[in-house]
Write a new protein. Structure first.
Length: 152
């Protein structure tokens, strides 16, 4: 699927569409994505800053989605675990960039070549428009080469 069509589909996906989450960019090779969260009355917490659940939701699927597209159909790729650390209150527009380096893909391919599962961790920050870190997010993926693709 073309990355531009994929990005538009994500922006129309109800969990993003109705929460102020906007996928600003997905590179054609699925190695980079940029996601923004815009402040809306329905995604503010009690004290008027970004709701923590929205901060996590804006980052939730992207490591998995990028890895799935970059590795291709020969692999199972699922989310396994996630964690978020709130660093400072977020206001206005906040953003997260996801960059999947070729070296990480090579690491995954090598670790799964024999059919073993691999559980890599990925990290990124959510930042405000001044570049200050609002939250740090960690995601763990489950990756395994499909049985019929081993030994090729």
């Amino acid at each position: 699927m073309k990355a531009s069509l994929f990005r538009h589909g994500l922006n129309l996906w109800p969990p993003f569409l109705f929460t102020g989450i906007h996928v600003a960019a997905v590179s054609p090779d699925y190695r980079h994505a940029r996601v923004e969260l815009r402040m809306r009355p329905w995604n503010r917490n009690y004290v008027g800053t970004h709701f923590g659940g929205s901060l996590f939701a804006m980052t939730d699927p992207f490591w998995m989605l990028l890895a799935m597209h970059a590795l291709g159909r020969d692999y199972y790729v699922w989310d396994k675990a996630g964690a978020i650390e709130f660093v400072k209150p977020g206001r206005g527009i906040v953003a997260a960039d996801f960059r999947l380096e070729e070296s990480r893909l090579d690491e995954i391919r090598q670790a799964t070549a024999g059919g073993d599962k691999y559980l890599p961790w990925f990290e990124n920050d959510v930042v405000d428009t001044q570049g200050d870190v609002v939250a740090r997010v960690r995601k763990q993926l489950y990756v395994r080469l499909k049985p019929d693709k081993r030994g090729r």
